[in-house]
Design a protein around this ligand. Sequence first.
Ligand SMILES: [Zn+2]
Length: 311
Amino acid sequence: MHPPDFAAIRQFKNVWGNLRNISIWDFGSLINSQEAAVTAAYAWGLVPKTMSCPQCRRMMHAQERSSQKLGFRWRCRRKPHRTAVYVSPTKGTFFEHVKVSFEQALKMMFMFVRDEKLGLARKDCGIGSKTTAVDLYSYFREVCDVTQDHDFIPIGGRDDIVEVDESHLFKRKYHRGRRLRLSRHVWVFGCCSRLTKHMWIERIKDKSRPTLDRIIGGRVKRGSYIMSDYHRSYINIDRRLGFKGHGRVNHSRRFVEGCTWIRGVRPRLGDPIHNNPRYRSCKVHINNIERSWRELKKKLRTCMFPMVGNT
Ligand SMILES: [Zn+2]
């Protein structure tokens, strides 16, 4: 094949950001051959379109070579090198250690993004070996894990309210999945911006104050207004970590604990207060994060997502 053909690349461009919304039929007709898959991989920046020589830093040239996965390898034979320098086009990319074809890998990515069950995905992508499919899915999860952490921007802000909560993920009694067997009690902690709905969810070992402080301190911007339940660990969190304030809801009694006046929040987070334009009257609840727990638990039941029990 070729190093990228720029004309062919264009049609794939707008699909990437849309991966969640595109139908499986459209995706299938777009990625319908190994060649299309490779072009898409270039278009989506999964494989570099150019390569600079690791030794002299100048552009390398493509050398056709049918034994290579992509039909070529990068080569530099400029004067300073005693022998030519070669680099595989998949070097340092997702595809470097993947055992399946580009077409299968992209299709599996799509299935993964759609939360498709592993067995179904494997069948539809034509992957014979179960181990290969399992490895691919855990590789995807790993990538998500790392990028989540790396690309994360703290949520909240001076004009925002952040809901925090911890939750117990139940273990399924008769589950035979090998990864699930270990888990007895799995606790997760999450925080959610009421303004942007951006959130952070993390598995926690315990619900102690140091554990929760470390996460909230790292993931929530200073000056945010915090809402939580009555768990002991949250007491005085606003003063401890430099937040604007702290509203608490007692779940044993009700789900919305009235309203509280908060200074300087975005208008759509609360009702205006007569004669006091700097404050807004905001409802005290953590319903957004509670809803996320419900969705998470539903997903854990329906998908074979071994997110429970990695330790
Ligand atoms: Zn060179």
